[in-house]
Design a protein around this ligand. Structure first.
Ligand code: RRO
Length: 324
């Protein structure tokens, strides 16, 4: 249920919530997560899009795509399984309607791009160069619902490097974040390959590959059989990934996500090493969640004595001697 206006927590005066996406400063560390609200219009009646760090748009491809067959969503314990399959209008339509709509409202856009080949990512980055309102690119190399696992570039450091190097060459100036999959043995080595390729930061994590079987039909619940698991069920996995990436590369900014439903959840990601967070699955139950969580996070930071968000980034690593 959406909290009433009066019940919503208000930010404590004086908590400095400013952070960065690459070199670009943003006023609020809470962003939407790609895929849970298209390009933000659905959320507009419920929150002030301009107050968020950025709206992260649904991963866009070169051409429009209808996505996977239905059913393509299934509820799971503390989460959700999806096999949307990159449904979307394609880059032409995003540039023609969605990005101008966000820019006219003064909302910042972090544009998520996805492709089936390195060249497609490069072409998308080229098409988006200088797009009004775009503050960063999120390079989605980890969608679990692609035609073949060979397209999950984030499962192979060399392939991840190649995508990020191509995007960096296509647009040398834009802040670029690589979105990674938790379904790997060593996420820190994939993150390092992305940074070596030219990424400014890391988005962690995408959904985990999962399966639900319907015990009435005795068949998989999703038409595509497998799907991506999101929601609070994956939060400890996401937090572990953020922790490992921060431990490996302390200077690299991380956009943390995975089951964040409250300011306390967001604070965990900040303490693990994220300098911003994305809120995704929570908006299905509470479309005001990103705004609510940003106020709750400010209050949580203030109550722990942090005058600045930046002072809390990675704080939990202090005096922890374990290697990973
Ligand atoms: O569209 C999807 O099926 C999808 C994408 Br692009 C993604 O990155 N993660 C996910 O769980 N679903």
């Amino acid at each position: 249920m959406t909290p009433s206006a009066d019940a919503r927590p208000k930010a404590v005066m004086g908590t400095d919530m400013r952070t960065h996406l690459g070199a670009t400063q943003i006023p609020n560390p809470v962003l939407t997560a790609s895929g849970c609200a298209a390009a933000g219009r659905e959320l507009d009646p419920f929150l002030d899009l301009t107050a968020l760090g950025a709206v992260v748009t649904k991963s866009v491809q070169l051409r429009a795509r209808s996505g996977r067959a239905t059913p393509r969503m299934s509820e799971t314990p503390s989460g959700m399984l999806n096999s949307i399959g990159l449904q979307g209008p394609g880059i032409d339509e995003l540039l023609r309607t969605d990005l101008p709509w966000l820019a006219e409202r003064g909302a910042r856009a972090m544009v998520s791009i996805a492709g089936g080949a390195v060249e497609e990512y490069a072409e998308l980055a080229t098409r988006l160069r200088g797009a009004r309102g775009m503050v960063a690119l999120e390079v989605n190399i980890s969608c679990p619902n692609v035609e073949s696992r060979g397209e999950v570039f984030a499962c192979d450091p060399a392939a991840a490097w190649a995508v990020l190097a191509a995007v960096r060459a296509a647009d040398p100036g834009v802040p670029v974040y690589a979105k990674l999959s938790p379904d790997v043995t060593d996420i820190a080595s994939v993150a390092r390959a992305c940074v070596d390729g030219g990424a400014d930061g890391i988005s962690a994590i995408n959904t985990l590959l999962g399966l639900v079987i319907d015990t009435d039909t005795l068949r998989p619940a999703l038409a595509a059989v497998t799907g991506g698991l999101s929601g609070p069920a994956i939060r400890p996995v996401a937090l572990r990934c953020v922790w490992q990436i921060h431990r490996a590369m302390r200077e690299i900014p991380i956009l943390g996500m995975g089951g964040i439903t409250s300011g306390a959840d967001a604070l965990q990601f900040i303490l693990a090493g994220a300098s911003a967070v994305s809120v995704g699955t929570a908006v299905f139950g509470d479309p005001n969640a990103p705004e609510r969580i940003s106020h709750e996070l400010a209050n949580a930071l203030a109550s722990k004595g942090f005058a600045r968000l930046s002072d809390a980034v990675g704080f939990a690593h202090q005096s922890v001697d374990f290697p990973a």
